[in-house]
Design a protein around this ligand. Sequence first.
Ligand SMILES: [Zn+2]
Length: 291
Amino acid sequence: MTSADCLRQFDNLNVWKRGDQRAPHKPLLVLYALGQWQNGVTEIAFHDACPIITDLLRDFGPERKTYHPEFPFWHLQSDGVWTINTDLEKRPGGSALKRELWNQNAEGSLTPEVLLALAADPWLAGEIAHRVLEAHFPQSLHSDILDRVGLNADLVVSRRRRRDPNFRDHVLTAYEFRCAVCGFDVRLGNISVGLEAAHIKWHQASGPDRADNGLALCSMHHKVFDLGVFTISEERHVVVSDRANGTEGLEALLLRFHRRPIKEAQRPEWQADAQYLDWHRREVFKGDPRT
Ligand SMILES: [Zn+2]
């Protein structure tokens, strides 16, 4: 298989879809498998992968009552890039699948064709990882995810996707070049430092490049917003998760804004739109609002 064929297969991962819900299961397993491969491990035991994929889903996926690392471990087979050594006559439903994979000491691996392609092209693993990240996660989370799966970030050349070049300008103008949460507005001459235009509904979930789907946020608030540490209520108040904890900085950076309104956009039509805020609360925010 050529590198191009291999990339095409990973570009076309058949990811579960329902409305605009996120399903990062297969992407996270692919990234984990690439990280393992880079560290010399090709046979991945379900026993080892199960808790790791669960943690990745919990930290980088949407909040769910239960997590299902067995789904990608099984279903990635149908994408032609993954194989497991366990042949179940018929796939058992629900949690029985997890039990079966566990009891049978299932092992998974990238297919021999993919492994050959990876061995032949030193840039391929990084390119696959880059594309999977771009397709499923906002840029602010890429380096955290790479760290967690043990992938060498130097191989994953980050290239900003071509987006509407006006989005950043439009959003920063809407919020008068200040963080909508904390008001941070440091400039070096005329250049804003550490101020970013965040998508409320991610680009990866078809969120549009419009001011009413954007917030001007300082780098710190952008990152924790994308991680789901806080969200914005219908009344456009900051809502911090009960999962956020820490000793230094938590009060100064987050808690003192809890239940406080964000800055208003300059024009009513630029205010954060309810449908995008609703998506962020459903698909990104973690835990429950603090009392
Ligand atoms: Zn801020």
